[in-house]
Design a protein around this ligand. Structure first.
Ligand code: PGA
Length: 249
């Protein structure tokens, strides 16, 4: 059976002290959370201190990395370097990386391959911008994102991925996809997984929703048959709301 996952994407927020307090509070408040994998993606700078702090119920992943082991890539951190300090989960294809940092399908594919070749796990983000939704082209758009950067994987590799559907028009806007919109896309992604791989794989891969998911809409969204949790931005910066979301199944 597929896992339920609630992950917090802290983006470029928080001071080092705030990050420590937040993970500590999340760990404490997560005591009642059962059957849900909890994860946060902090700014890279804080990861080592957060690991040292030891919050056993909260996994830590990397928001970004460079898909080469080492070398002359000024300012970058490699997946090998993250892995060496104990990280096992990597966020790839977030719309902010795609848009603001011009990460294209091919580069995203290289990142996916780098992580999986190193035996780690991928959380792959996809989702359409507003103009695409308005033109009712979202299915083709998301399918292309998956085709170009994920669906080249073998059956052995794809099982180490989870997928986060994050409509760009819902990220940080306070505007959430309706349960119908979310379920429709999640169900389509699962159908594509079945077509490309098989029914067992399609059933086992977690597909998370992201985009202004909060304490008031998480319950409804997580009740959709194909929504297996959430990738939470803004609402993950506060332990109470993040943990309330994690308890929304
Ligand atoms: P949001 O961000 O919850 O603040 O909309 C989600 C994300 O970007 O992963």
């Amino acid at each position: 059976m597929r896992k339920k996952i609630v992950a917090g994407n802290w983006k470029m927020n928080l001071s080092s002290d705030e990050a420590l307090f937040l993970i500590e509070d999340c760990n404490r408040l997560s005591e009642g959370v059962k059957g849900v994998e909890l994860m946060v993606f902090p700014p890279a700078l804080y990861i080592q201190q957060l690991i040292a702090h030891n919050s056993p119920r909260i996994q830590i992943g990397a928001q970004n990395f460079y898909p080469a082991e080492k070398g002359a890539f000024t300012g970058e951190i490699s997946f090998t370097q993250f892995k060496a300090i104990g990280l096992n989960y990597f966020l790839i294809g977030h719309s902010e990386r795609r848009e603001l940092f011009h990460e294209g399908h091919l580069f995203i594919k290289q990142k996916v391959d780098a992580v999986l070749n190193a035996g780690s796990k991928v959380m792959f983000c996809c989702g359409e911008p507003l103009a695409i939704r308005e033109a009712n082209e979202q299915m083709n758009y998301v399918r292309k994102q998956l085709n170009e950067s994920l669906f080249h994987l073998s059956t052995e590799e794809i099982v180490n991925c989870s997928i986060a559907y994050e409509p760009v028009w819902a990220i940080g806007t306070g505007k959430t996809a309706s349960t119908e919109q979310a379920e429709e896309m999640h169900a389509a992604i699962r159908t594509w997984l079945k077509e490309m791989y098989n029914a067992e794989i399609a059933n086992n891969i977690s597909i998370l929703y992201g985009g202004s998911c909060n304490t008031s809409n998480a319950k409804e969204l997580f009740a959709c048959p194909n929504v297996d949790g959430g990738l939470i931005g803004g609402a993950s910066l506060e332990a109470e709301s993040f943990m309330k979301i994690a308890k929304s199944f």
